[in-house]
Design a binder for this molecule. Structure first.
Ligand code: MTE
Length: 320
């Protein structure tokens, strides 16, 4: 696999840390020194210190990942303006138009269920305690379009190791913020709110699975699921639950929003599979955003080497 490394001359002017962010960072560092913030996370490396709540602030300490595809990334414009985030409307341009008002600080992620270390984890502590990686992944939507997204994220396995799932944990259930004041789409019963998703624990622990906190080297734009969302590149895009406020380790397979809404059309696993059509359309081909001709869809979205063993003994037509 190729890692795309950019030359300094490739850095866009919008990626250079603006002065206000730089000043915020200095203030943050001063406060952190006074509060001894490092103590809470022991000797773990501090990452993302430049991260202010604002979307578009540059993230620091981001390391490139060998899991990145060498394919050309979809334009930032498309990645941030062609979205599905029904809490802000069902049109592709609704999230970019309506999500800007969502407050992403303060923000906590509750971790409960079968874990040794349950609790309320502050998003800034999550940033500080974990390594941030840039992972350029293909994303294949169940609607038969695809993108290549340069995510910034925390390996999900790192986060799970920190909260220590117990022996009875078999699944992770995720939940999005429920707040119709901030999320106008939740005032209509398009889905049974809040949006929920789930992974089997071994899927969540797979090295490919990320908790996305940014893209294009910057803090996640609200419409893409700020401040923290799931990224599982071998599954259809709807598994990538956005704006997560709760993760519950469970023994039973948790409910998922699209499965509850249309059980015949959307299963729990949602692995990209050109051999299993959606009841209303084919999944054999896809349109890469920005390209004219369609291309063949690859099983597990091309990540079979990393994940096929997770499903070795399963009938994928039954467990779609
Ligand atoms: N998460 C929440 N909370 N609400 C949603 O409506 N849509 C899903 C998924 N996560 C959705 C969500 C769908 S259908 C897709 S294809 C991806 O987000 C789209 O992610 P993107 O807009 O960042 O490309």
């Amino acid at each position: 696999m190729l890692i795309k490394v950019r030359k300094p001359s490739d850095v866009l002017s919008s990626e250079i840390t603006p002065r206000s962010v730089y000043l915020d960072r200095r203030r943050f560092l001063q406060t952190a020194a006074v509060a001894g913030a490092g103590a809470a996370v022991g000797s773990l490396p501090l990452a993302g210190l430049a991260a202010t709540p604002g979307a578009g602030a540059k993230l620091e300490g981001v390391v490139k990942s060998p899991y990145s595809t060498g394919e050309e990334a979809t334009s930032r414009e498309s990645v941030t303006s062609y979205n599905n985030f029904y809490e802000f409307g069902t049109g592709k341009d609704d999230p970019a138009a309506n999500a800007g008002q969502m407050k992403t600080r303060p923000w906590t992620v509750v971790v409960d269920g079968h874990v040794a270390k349950p609790g309320s984890y502050d998003i800034d502590d999550i940033f500080k305690a974990h390594r941030l990686e840039e992972r350029i992944y293909r994303l294949r939507c169940v609607e038969a379009w695809s993108m290549v997204v340069p995510w910034v994220g925390i390996p999900m396995a790192d986060f799970l190791k920190r909260v220590e799932p117990t022996g009875s944990a078999r699944f992770v259930a995720f939940q999005t913020l429920l707040d119709p004041e901030q999320m106008p789409g939740q005032r209509r019963a398009v889905l049974d709110w809040p949006y929920v998703e789930g992974l089997r624990l071994d899927e969540a622990m797979n090295p490919l699975t990320l908790l996305g906190v940014g893209l294009y080297g910057e803090v996640m734009p609200n419409q893409n699921g700020a401040p923290i969302r799931l990224v599982t590149p071998w599954k259809y895009g709807f598994k990538s639950i956005k704006s997560i406020v709760r993760m519950t380790l469970t023994e039973e397979m948790p409910p998922t929003s699209w499965n509850k809404s249309q059980p015949r059309e959307y299963g729990f696993y949602a692995n990209v599979n050109p051999e299993v059509d959606h009841p209303r359309w084919s999944q054999k081909r896809e349109r890469r955003i920005g390209e004219f001709l369609k291309r063949d869809t690859l099983k597990y979205n091309g990540y079979g080497e990393e994940v096929a063993s997770l499903y070795a003994d399963m009938n994928l037509a039954k467990w779609f």
